[in-house]
Design a protein. Structure first.
Lengths: 324, 246
């Protein structure tokens, strides 16, 4: 028996998310009194793979066949379900993100399993197997029971946290016969170096209160001062007006985020937007309207015009960074 | 081109959520139900392609009779016919199995779903259908074109996009961007929708792999601490010393 984790890599590197998944799997494995097996697919070197053992991986399966360097839902689902079978995994764990959403449901069917996506905590019991998840796009939680022997879970980023748990993991090479797929990637375009709103620890997010696209430079400046952990996000109307790219749209139909700090600038707080940000640890609102709903969702509030407040905030952040 | 668009029947995005029956069920009283926003955009794009290049669009929902107005709206937007699988949708495993059975019987070239339904945010049904049918799939698509026998798609990836080509048949899960704005049914479409076929099929035997035991609402935030707009040093101090996030 085991708990299997699929640890995705980004150009050969793991992210904090990968370590969070291993930490989560360790907690699940504890309930079953069993081991954590991590599966890595693609080109990841030994030093990077061994990092997984810092958070509780007892064994690391490494599938580095060149044919797997390019993502394909069918290949990946096959490999992961083969690993789950050979490791007798009771539970298979994924991140809840754009890549794994293409593979985890397929793995679920291959394993005749029950799947819960968007888990926010470790299972409260394993017999029966009950776990809590986000529902209604962050407006509620649901406790869900899985009725099948095999379980597949996807964990929301930053829902569990990273816990060190040093093990001496074996790194074992893993092979899986190749499938053929009709879906062919013909072009990839990457704007490298730019942090995704899903990965940022700090989001400086703007709404229509910024009045015009040029004013987002005030937010970019704040993000630059806060450093590489920060990036700029926006609301749906701002993306729809094409002031900012759709990839920055946070909310019910855009990205659901969970940063440490979310600074909402000129955002009134429509329910669809709030749904996307409720998992943020701390929310700061800057808005002219003291009755705007955003303040009800926020920890700190500033009533004022974003265009007047932001330059002052940037000065204060600069002074703070200079002294720290 | 035979296209199946699977749509969810979900509470409006502006809905306030409440629960009944010891928090076991969602309170539908007084709620407006809509076609899920992801599927509405996917359907819009499919209709645009059909109108330009020909084909047939079937809209499908798994649900009891209460979902029929949602299917009628899909017909009013421009779908040619509709199928309702007569089952209360409780679990993606079961729902995907039902849709896969319909698809096997009708042999569609393209099956479209949304990225996720906005009620339980599972994001599972589309890829599960693909696995039941052993079809290729492309998920999270925000740009779609269909040519005879082939789909040309773009999907967002970390920090960029990838362009994918795939021969029919395939499953596509669509999201924001696949169409700019959802199509609004015209009066003529609404009139025609009444006469378009809506077939009810009974579910095949399958089990629910999961069940919701209980719901809860997030704890409301403690009151918001207000800081003067003239004292941003104080805000920075609070974020550093009290909240410890910078």
């Amino acid at each position: 028996m085991s708990v299997l984790v699929y640890t995705e890599n980004w150009d050969g590197q793991f992210k904090k998310l990968s370590f969070e998944l291993i930490s989560y799997a360790s907690e699940v494995a504890k309930s079953y009194n069993t081991n954590v097996v991590a599966l890595s697919i693609g080109n990841v070197d030994e030093a990077e793979l061994s990092k997984l053992s810092q958070y509780g991986a007892d064994k690391v399966l490494n599938l580095s066949n060149a044919a797997y360097t390019e993502f394909n839902a069918e290949y990946y689902a096959k490999a992961i379900s083969e690993a789950a079978k050979s490791e007798h995994a009771q539970v298979t764990i994924f991140a809840n993100n754009i890549t794994t959403r293409a593979i985890a449901p397929r793995v679920t069917i291959k394993l005749d399993a029950g799947m819960v996506s968007g888990c926010v905590a470790a299972p409260e019991s394993i017999e029966p197997f009950v776990v809590s998840k986000k529902a209604f796009s962050g407006k509620a939680f649901a406790r869900v029971k899985i009725n099948k022997d095999n379980k597949v879970l996807s964990l929301n980023q930053n829902a569990f946290g990273i816990k060190e748990n040093v093990k001496a993991a074996n790194i074992v090479s893993f092979e899986c016969a190749l499938e053929t797929s009709k879906a062919k990637v013909v072009e990839v375009s990457k704007n490298s170096g730019k942090m995704s709103v899903l990965d940022a620890e700090i989001l400086v997010s703007g709404g229509r209160g910024l009045k015009k696209p040029e004013n987002f430079k005030l937010l970019e400046e704040a993000s630059d001062i806060l450093g590489s952990v920060a990036t700029v996000a926006c609301t749906k109307p701002v993306a729809d007006l094409e002031w900012r790219p759709h990839s920055e749209h946070v909310g019910q139909t855009g990205k659901v985020v969970a940063p440490n700090l979310y600074i909402a600038v000129g955002i009134s707080g429509a329910i669809q937007h709030l749904a996307g940000i409720t998992s943020s640890k701390v929310i700061v609102a800057i808005n002219t309207d003291k009755d705007a709903p955003i303040f009800e969702a926020s920890d700190y509030g500033v009533v004022g015009d974003a265009l007047e407040v932001m330059p002052k905030l940037n000065e204060a952040l600069k002074a703070f960074k200079a002294n720290s | 081109m035979k296209i199946l668009v699977c749509i969810s029947h979900v509470p409006d995005t502006t809905a306030k959520i409440a629960f009944v029956d010891n928090n076991k069920s969602y309170n539908k009283e007084g709620q407006q139900f809509i076609i899920g926003p992801n599927e509405e955009l996917a359907l819009t794009r499919a209709i645009d392609i059909k109108e330009a290049k020909g084909g047939n669009i079937t809209a499908l929902t798994v649900g009891s009779a209460e979902v029929e107005p949602t299917l009628r709206k899909a017909l009013a937007m421009g779908a040619d016919d509709a199928i309702r699988v007569n089952m209360d949708p409780k679990d993606a495993f079961n729902v995907s199995k039902q849709i896969a059975e319909v698809a096997k019987a009708n042999q569609y070239d393209v099956i479209l779903t949304g990225r996720e339904a906005i009620d339980y945010n599972g994001g599972q049904v589309g890829e599960m259908i693909a696995e039941w049918l052993i079809y290729p799939s492309v998920s999270g698509v925000n740009d779609m074109d269909l040519e005879p026998g082939k789909a040309i798609l773009k999907r967002e990836i970390d920090g960029g996009y990838e362009k994918i080509e795939c021969d029919f048949p395939l499953i596509i899960t669509g999201q924001k961007g696949i169409a700019a704005e959802p199509k609004i049914p015209a009066m003529r479409g609404i009139m025609m929708a009444r006469k378009k076929p809506l077939i009810v099929v009974e579910p095949v035997q399958s089990d629910n792999a999961t069940e919701v035991l209980e719901h809860s609402l997030p704890a409301s935030k403690a009151s918001c601490k207000m800081v003067s707009a003239d004292d941003m040093n104080e805000l920075v101090r609070l974020l550093h010393e009290e909240a410890k996030v910078i």
